[in-house]
Design a protein around this ligand. Structure first.
Ligand code: AMP
Length: 570
């Protein structure tokens, strides 16, 4: 008989409220900086849960957010799963047709939306995909002029809830969260997180080999709360009883530095682009990072020069981590193993620049094209496969994708015909091509699929190619990611024109077509006209050849400011 209580999120909040009732939660918002403590927070999370329950929402109902990082968004982190409902965090940077797809696919009942994102949501909300949405709630105390309906403001919405609400009994296998990943081709794929997955992820995160937080830390997740629960930090920070600091909508480097200074932030986390932005800012302006001890960088590879700069200029340790939406998300962390004292600084940096070692509880293996494991020698490479208690075993309502992206999925199981099928041994194919050195440090060298990650956000090359090839004057088009100092990668389109065409006019048409259907930051930075797209032996576009042949020669201009993901924020 298993003993004790189920592994759910609520005990983390219970502990923070009982032991750290006056520890602060601080949030930059459109109304200014807001601060309160765990005691007030827990009351408001319970009020929210009470309103959801009173409105008839319970197990199986998905409640969505379309929000940046702030205290009200954090209230949904415990309030929604605590009511037995499921928190679905939607990425507001997605193209409208992706938002339509995922709201319909998830069958969201309520959507909490930021004031600055109301207009952005109005487009997709006008489609039939939103027919199941019963309520929009604007994250503030007023409602702007909007076509969203029915709509109310958050403060009025929670005001009717009881702060003494009693959390219902929750089963650890109950869904607590959900996030869609649009890494690969085709429609975004939903990943559900059970209470038990989030509990296990929180516990591994808190180990010294994870990204630990202690009760004297002040933690500022810059990684968006719609990206896999801000890498789980709101949960681990609560479990530890530490202070939360939320940077609010569209934080500029100056806002982040002033939050660090004023609130004594000790731990922060975000994609490399954020930390490159702060680096650039601090090279010109004054800023005090003396309280900041650690910065977790992940989502894309952290450049060595960045790690070195924070170390040397500000005595801030950069901890490089790797993970995926499918993994709640932490997989590996590049901390130094004991016994590495013999390494000099450059030797240490070699290790710290890799993606790192698996966190406790996770298993990994690297396989070649024939499925054979490759040795851990730092040279042989293959695809990384992982499994563990916080790694999903399937995509939401996507048996085919599940069959393709997990190993050991019998076809009958993937199609849902054999629900009893034992799946705990199931490995997730990460799509990352890696080497692992003798000490167990993973180093990502490539990806198996064709996707572009720009500033931590995915761009589907295949969607862009299809959009470009829809033009009558285009015979073929391939879109590849080209290295970019600030954004990691940026898309560049290679186009074979159909006959004799005015290339400048065609390039203008292509950009206009893309801009009509996609966010500005999806626009290719350059369009190169070539005679033929190189092909692989099986006739597919050989993007590797394109990158090798043209990668260094393609001039990727500085991304115009309005083409950055954050430019869409307000
Ligand atoms: P997502 O599901 O959006 O979190 O994206 C997961 C993918 O991002 C991984 O499979 C990697 O390809 C990439 N990724 C995440 N972290 C890192 C990292 N530290 N270095 C390089 N790539 C990373």
């Amino acid at each position: 008989m298993p003993g004790g209580a189920d592994q759910t999120l609520i005990p983390f909040l219970w502990r923070a409220e009982r032991l750290y009732d006056d520890t602060e939660i601080v949030s930059r918002t459109h109304e200014g900086r807001v601060r309160y403590d765990y005691a007030d927070y827990a009351d408001r999370a319970r009020q929210l849960a009470d309103v959801l329950s009173a409105d008839g929402h319970g197990r199986g109902d998905r409640i969505a957010t379309f929000c940046w990082n702030h205290h009200r968004h954090f209230e949904t982190y415990f309030g929604v799963p605590g009511a037995g409902t499921q928190l679905h965090t939607i990425n507001p940077l997605l193209p409208d047709h992706h938002v339509e797809f995922i709201v319909e696919n998830a069958d969201d009942r309520v959507i909490f939306v930021d004031p600055s994102l109301v207009e952005k949501l109005e487009g997709p909300a006008g489609s039939a995909a939103f027919d199941g949405v019963e309520q929009f709630v604007v994250m503030g105390d007023t409602v702007p002029d909007t076509s969203l309906s029915p709509v109310t403001d958050y403060e009025s919405y929670v005001a009717g809830g009881d702060p003494g609400y009693e959390w219902p009994d929750i089963d650890e296998d109950q869904a607590a969260g959900m996030c869609y990943t649009s890494g690969t081709t085709g429609k975004p794929k939903g990943v559900e997180y059970t209470h038990q997955m989030l509990w296990a992820h929180t516990m591994t995160t808190l180990t010294p080999q994870g990204i630990p937080v202690a009760d004297d830390d002040a933690v500022m997740p810059v990684v968006p709360m719609f990206h896999v629960n801000a890498w789980g930090l709101p949960f681990s920070t609560t479990a530890a009883g530490a202070k939360h600091v939320y940077p609010g909508p569209s934080p500029e480097p100056a806002d982040l530095v002033s939050l660090i200074e004023d609130e004594g932030v000790t731990v922060s986390a975000g994609v490399p682009t954020v930390w490159l932005g702060i680096q650039q800012y601090l090279q010109e302006a004054e800023g005090d990072l003396s309280t900041l001890e650690r910065v977790i960088i992940g989502g894309s590879a952290a450049p060595e020069s960045l790690i070195r700069w924070y170390d040397q200029e500000h005595d801030v340790e950069v901890v490089h981590a790797w993970g995926m939406t499918e993994m709640s998300p932490i997989g590996t962390v590049a901390s130094l193993k004991s016994g590495m004292d013999h390494l000099d600084y450059d030797g240490e940096l070699d290790k710290r620049t890799k993606q790192g070692m698996p966190v406790p509880g996770l298993e990994m293996k690297v396989v070649d094209d024939d499925g054979n494991e490759v040795p851990w020698n730092g040279e042989d490479f293959g695809e990384l496969l992982v499994r563990g208690p916080w790694v999903t075993r399937e995509y939401f309502e996507r048996p085919r994708a599940t069959e393709e992206e997990f190993e050991d999925v019998p076809a009958s199981d993937a199609s849902g015909e054999s629900e009893e099928q034992h799946s705990s041994g199931r490995w997730l194919r990460t799509g990352d091509v890696v080497t692992v050195d003798e000490e167990g440090y993973v180093d990502i060298v490539d990806r198996t699929d064709d996707v572009i990650k720009s500033g931590g956000e995915w761009i589907s090359s295949v969607e862009l190619e299809n959009a470009i090839m829809a033009h009558d004057d285009v015979a073929e088009a391939a879109v590849v990611g080209v290295d970019h100092d600030t954004w990691g990668e940026r898309p560049v389109a290679f186009v074979v024109p159909a006959g004799d065409v005015d290339e400048d006019a065609l390039a203008g048409d292509i950009q206009a077509m893309i801009e009509a259907d996609y966010p500005k930051w999806w626009r290719p930075d350059a369009i190169r006209f070539i005679d033929e797209i190189p092909k692989t032996a099986t006739g597919k576009f050989s993007k590797m050849t394109l990158r090798e042949e043209y990668g260094d020669r393609v001039h990727v201009q500085d991304v115009p400011e309005d083409a950055a993901p954050e430019a869409e924020e307000e």
